[in-house]
Design a protein around this ligand. Structure first.
Ligand code: ADP
Ligand code: MG
Length: 238
């Protein structure tokens, strides 16, 4: 557990202890056949360093919300303030920068590059930001230690169990030291034991490393272990 805590290193998420401030957030998807109102007028404030679980039935808008918070997609209405800046009005370049430096994503299906070792998967996002080879290797080693996979640096995903792959994926999400971690059903493909380990790891990112963690899950055991829980239904907070 040697990772340094740098949440406030540039003040980006530190303003008044609020990591994200969401107002009147809505998202509509238009398809040829219909218009889906995926998010309806959500107001929400997320504390810096908090760990929040979002639960709700399939189709209620959980993934849509994470995608908007992560700068992957843009809202149809409303604002998402990050350090006083509105993501919905950000340029493509600013959003790309935000995704690379400020946010780490963890997905249900691990999203590792199959042909690369655990260490190489970790070094990828660092390389994109121009980190040198020594710094990359050292940080990858530290992050793999942090997720309890110190001996697995040279393993490719197929040589790892599902639980191990997901822990590598959590380490990849941390590669560029983002302040915000967004996890979309991260235990959906894991057995109970590994689900407990990955959930504990994500919680510890908040409790021990000051990250702001937002997790989406169907699993009551996962959700109940988080200090803060939000329920969604039909695009709203219930
Ligand atoms: P959840 O993650 O809670 O299961 P989603 O956010 O994926 O829900 O989806 C919310 C609603 O938006 C659903 O009705 C879904 O079908 C719809 N939806 C999601 N993504 C798209 C898209 N790209 N185009 C059209 N409709 C979409
Ligand atoms: Mg979803």
């Amino acid at each position: 557990m040697t990772m340094s805590m740098q949440v406030h290193r540039d003040g980006f998420f530190s303003q008044r202890g609020v990591a994200l401030q969401v107002s009147g957030l809505s998202k509509r998807y238009r398809t040829a056949a219909e218009e889906v109102h995926a998010l309806r007028d959500i107001d929400w404030e997320v504390e810096v360093g908090g760990a929040t679980a979002i639960m709700g039935p399939s189709g209620c808008g959980k993934t849509t919300l994470l995608n908007l918070l992560g700068g992957v997609d843009r809202p149809s209405g409303g604002t998402i303030l990050v350090d006083g800046q509105d993501l919905s009005g950000a340029t493509e370049r600013a959003l790309e920068n935000y995704r690379l430096r400020r946010v780490g994503f963890v997905f249900q299906l691990f999203n590792l590059i199959p042909s690369m070792t655990a260490s190489e998967n970790l070094e990828m996002p660092m390389m994109v930001l121009g980190a040198g080879v020594e710094a990359r290797k050292e940080r990858a080693t530290r992050l793999l230690e942090m997720v309890d996979l110190a001996g697995k640096a040279d393993k490719r995903p197929e040589e790892l169990s599902g639980g191990e792959q997901q822990r590598v994926a959590v380490a990849v999400a941390l590669a560029n030291d983002p302040a915000l971690i967004l996890a979309d059903e991260p235990t959906g493909n894991l057995d109970t034991e590994n689900a407990v380990a990955v959930t504990g790891l994500l919680r510890s990112l908040s409790a021990e490393h000051g990250k702001t963690v937002i997790l989406v899950s169907h699993d009551p055991a996962v959700v109940e272990s988080f200090p803060s829980v939000v329920s969604m239904r039909d695009g709203r907070f219930a």
